[in-house]
Design a protein around this ligand. Structure first.
Ligand code: 6LW
Length: 519
């Protein structure tokens, strides 16, 4: 088994001591929630229509994060029938109390709010415990053996006491704050510090007007008094007008063992004008408490890519290897499926990933196609694979896709044509438009083809090689912006998929490796 990690350690943060680089978790990693247990930090993100769900990360220093798995890794925990890029799992919260981890979230495509719990995240999490209080973005607060839940039904923040192990509601739900007037008050979290309950929320919607506001009370159920300096974090202002990070919001606080306070939040990076393809990512900022006991985020309520602030002692992590040789017994945590996969259609053997086709195409918004995906994490990147399409009937395809949603993807693939020959094709699917941009017939002697997609802010370039990757021929370039959140929609950004589909459901696409390289 070849190692997936380079043996050399490399700083993922900025190399200056006491500085780091944002985002701390790039690509589709929105709605971060964080908890400290001793000197270990755990962080979770929302995952929408993708399986497994709710990626969980671990860190010792808040800057370097390693994915240890997913919280929802069994279909019984995560029914995703018909879930699309606006559906599935919304914002999770992770908390720890009395030896047990809790993760609370919403499956908007199923029964709503639920909790899973575990005493050891590495051993897996419980089945869902379903909850009665509605709304999205549920969070938990524990105190003196009691557990409180907050979420946002009816465009406000509501609180009730619950039993987190049975889901039973123990007190009537009470509306405790409406925010400062921004749209979509959401993402509530409660913390206690120096005799105050602080209620942190997001407002303004998860676009450019996003921000974080806070209120406090001596009693958990209010009345809550807003911070006169709200919002405590927003990029919808002059200070952040030219900031490459926009849409900052949806935050969670954590206190480190050295007493310092920090916030994780989401934000997005634009490319090709105002367009965003990476999805919403996880950012980190320091927090201090001012003389009136209100939190101040990174001095002026904005954050930057280069953070010149003291950090905890850094624990650099290994740089991920460019190449996935598919020679492990399971795919790495970076790979996900659209909806609940048919696992029998994915075989890792002899250093190859074989994906068996069904007749489900990438345009099908109900079923799970034969496709594995990994996040696009960098604006400038290249992704390369070697594929062989076998047992293929007419119309079968196997290859790589830049996938935003069922109606929005660019596909580069090997296909069996009506004349019985194979060809390389490049297709753009953009809503009502389906366009074959190029068809390159393949000689019978050619079995393996390398496919490459290279991304820059404006364009994806599609290329192929038929000499084992020695020379690549460019087929075409296509604008990135049509796959952006602004155009294609969805909460999920763009992913890179390896897929196959066949009207006769017989084909196999055999992938020998997959390279993902930031450029
Ligand atoms: C999430 C909400 C939000 O539940 O977007 O940006 C929703 N914030 O809090 C989906 O990520």
């Amino acid at each position: 088994m070849k190692s997936k990690l380079l043996p050399l350690l490399a700083m993922t943060a900025a190399l200056n001591a006491g500085a780091y680089q944002n985002p701390v978790i790039p690509g589709l990693h929105p709605d971060p929630s964080i908890v400290a247990v001793g000197d270990d930090f755990y962080l979770v993100n929302s995952s929408f229509c993708y399986f497994p769900g709710v990626p969980i990360y671990h860190s010792k220093d808040l800057v370097n994060w390693t994915q240890t798995g997913h919280v929802l890794d069994r279909p019984e925990q995560l029914p995703l029938d018909g879930a699309g890029v606006w559906g599935g799992i919304y914002a999770p919260t992770i908390r720890y109390d009395n030896g047990r981890f809790y993760m609370i979230t919403t499956n908007v495509s199923s029964r709503g709010n639920f909790i899973v719990h575990t005493t050891d995240p590495s051993k897996g999490w419980s089945d869902p415990v379903w909850l009665e209080q509605g709304g999205i973005d549920p969070s938990l607060y524990f105190e003196d053996g009691k557990c409180y839940m907050v979420s946002n039904p009816d465009v406000g923040i509501w609180l009730c006491e619950i039993d987190p192990l049975t889901g039973k509601t123990l007190s009537p739900s009470k509306r405790i704050w409406d925010g400062t007037g921004g749209r979509h008050p959401e993402a509530p979290h409660i913390y206690k510090k120096d005799g105050y309950y602080y209620l942190l929320i997001a407002e303004g919607g998860t676009e450019l007007g996003h921000g974080v506001t806070i209120a406090r009370s001596r009693n958990i159920d209010g009345p809550y008094t807003p911070n006169p300096a709200n919002p405590i974090l927003s990029h919808f202002n002059k200070e952040a007008q030219y900031n490459p990070i926009q849409g900052t919001g949806h935050a969670d606080f954590v206190q480190a063992p050295d007493g310092s306070w920090w916030l994780v939040c989401l934000g997005f990076r634009q490319q090709s004008g105002p367009h965003c393809l990476l999805g919403r990512e996880t950012y980190l900022a320091p927090v201090r408490w001012d003389e009136n006991a209100w939190p101040v985020v990174n001095g002026n309520g904005t954050i930057s890519l280069d953070m010149d602030v003291p950090t905890l002692p850094l624990h650099p992590k290994a740089t991920p290897a460019v190449r996935d040789d598919f020679d492990n017994t399971a795919l790495g945590h970076e790979w996900v499926w659209l909806r609940n996969p048919h696992s029998e259609n994915y075989v890792l053997k002899d250093g190859r990933l074989t994906i068996k086709a069904t007749d489900v195409t990438l345009d099908n918004s109900k079923e799970s196609p034969s496709m594995v995906l990994r996040r696009m994490e960098h604006i400038n990147f290249s992704a390369t694979t070697r594929v062989r399409l076998t047992d293929d009937g007419q119309g079968a395809e196997g290859g790589m896709t830049m996938w935003a949603s069922e109606p929005s993807h660019y596909d580069l693939f090997v296909t069996r044509k009506s004349d019985g020959e194979q060809a390389i094709e490049l297709r753009y699917r953009l809503d009502a438009l389906t366009h074959i941009e190029k068809t390159i017939p393949l000689k019978k002697s050619i079995k393996d083809v390398e496919l490459r997609i290279t991304g820059n802010p404006q364009h994806f370039t599609f290329s192929y090689s038929i000499d084992g990757g020695k020379t690549f021929n460019d087929l075409a370039l296509m604008n990135t912006r049509y796959l952006s959140t602004e155009t294609a929609g969805g909460f999920t950004g763009t992913l890179i998929g390896l897929y196959t589909t066949d009207p006769s459901a017989k084909a196999k696409a055999v992938f020998e490796y997959f390279d993902y390289k930031p450029l």
